[in-house]
Design a protein around this ligand. Sequence first.
Ligand code: FES
Ligand code: FES
Length: 210
Amino acid sequence: MGSETFQLSRREMLMSSATTAAVSSFASETAEAAPPVKAVPTYKVAMTVNGASQTLTLDPRTTLLDALREHLHLTGTKKGCDHGQCGACTVIVNGERINACLSLAVQHQGDAVTTIEGLGTPERLHPMQAAFVKHDGYQCGYCTPGQICSAVSVLEEIKRGIPSHAQADLMAAPKPTGAEMRERMSGNICRCGAYSNIVDAMADVAGARA
Ligand code: FES
Ligand code: FES
């Protein structure tokens, strides 16, 4: 073995020892500094989902969206932004639409939740689902379950006389006009830009002109 080869090997060996010593000292400092990990308590949550009783044992930090998708495997409800900004996660709870990503599952003890899977089936589409198909109210389909749940709720809100600021007269009964539906659907974002067809589909179900 030449002295050049020997020197190289010796340098490598010293560098390797120094690195190992630094890593193990960092690891032991980190281990000393780390607080003990406490088990998170879990809670039982009972709710009705699409007409079926469900009882889940959940970390209290679980959102309704994750409970539906990860625990009940109802993946029709989509996770877009996970921050309440896109509407992809819209579901209907006790007759009102909500963003499931902004709501903790433990807040829904005893609630009735309807997801896109509970609205209709491929054989028996909900009228809003059928209208979306008829009017091409989607392209990639990612936002569609949330759009449909929202659209069903919007027509219900209009029927119940709940006003929106798209109305000139807040005391008058709202009508399913294009402006009214656009305003009420503004929380549901569609990156494919299927908006005008979605309004056509809603107008069809409402028996109105968009
Ligand atoms: Fe809930 Fe975007 S995923 S609003
Ligand atoms: Fe693609 Fe709406 S259909 S995001």
